[in-house]
Write a protein that binds this ligand. Sequence first.
Ligand SMILES: CC(=O)N[C@@H](CCC[C@H](N)C(=O)O)C(=O)O
Length: 384
Amino acid sequence: MTVNPSPGRFVKVRRELHQIPELGFQEFKTQAYLLDYIASLPQERLEVRTWRTGIFVNVKGTSPAPRRRFGYRADIDALPIQEDTGYDFQSTHPGLMHACGHDLHMSIGLGVLTHFAEHPIGDDLTFIFQPAEEGPGGALPMLQSEEFQDLRPDEIFALHIAPEYPVGTIAVKPGILFANTSELFIDLIGKGGHAAFPHNANDMVIAACQLVGQLQTIISRNVNPLDSAVITIGKIDGGTKQNIIAERARLEGTIRTLSAGTMDLVKSRLEAVVSGIETSFGCRAEIDYGSNYRQVYNEERVTGEFMAWLRETQGSHGVTLHECTEAMTGEDFGYFLEAIPGFMFWLGVNTPYGLHHAKLEPDEGAIDVAIGVMTRYLTWRSEQ
Ligand SMILES: CC(=O)N[C@@H](CCC[C@H](N)C(=O)O)C(=O)O
């Protein structure tokens, strides 16, 4: 796709952030960039707090107390992907890329914050720039942090880019939007040996191949077909050389379900299947579930009001509301929504390559659309 050669303010910000992607809890340059930008805003009503590599910004409202407080969250970390876009502002960090849109999420967050630093509303606002969404999860510890407690909002909002929708589309629904997630790491430990003497070894490459296939039968044969679940093994590592039987293999993946009960079922079946592999291969297995995220559940009343407001005003915003179905993506924003009513929505960015792809090139026109919608929505809410 062609990119705008004379970008606006927040497109420039997005491009600068795009060049410095960092993994979870290592977002040092990103945090410094965000702090520098925030320091350039009118400071009269702002209070900035850092938490590890994250940031809270309090924007003090203009109404006399008691005031309500609204929260807005943007995630800031990137993925271990070697970028393959046609951009002239590609990642300067080899092997790392903003391939899940967090560069757009941050630029939109800064755009909304800029508006309210310059045009404060009656109510207080908390902006949250959150590390480690892709893993191991920054939302829960940030929510529990001391720094957050007196900035805890009454309602909280966030968005995620959606490659499949045109720019101008906001896709949302009340209730569950994103799945429950659990990371999955399985180590298989057998007995290595010479490639020519398989009968003297326990080959963990064969065990890993069998296990990957058997794991899929949990989805097809244990989960109710009217429910939904996903097991994806995204990475396999095993062995040392083509003529050595592998002593070890490691599978890395993720589990997605639409309920906590189905997550328990999948895990208990998975443990039975892995134990069967131990018996049949005479090997040892270790399972680690890594980090787990709660489903993203959009509170019905607040989401319903947002959708009604969008329906009434969409003509004047150039925005189209689409009531979508849930997706098996995960998001640790689910922890915020478990504690505080609010919603997350999908923002159309119209690009053929999906999230987590090395060629992801979101249409930057979506940045101003989102800043416009969020500033108008928060202003409207404050006037209610
Ligand atoms: C929106 C999105 O793509 N989120 C990630 C969240 C990752 C959760 C965790 N690290 C896991 O892999 O289970 C996703 O992969 O859905």
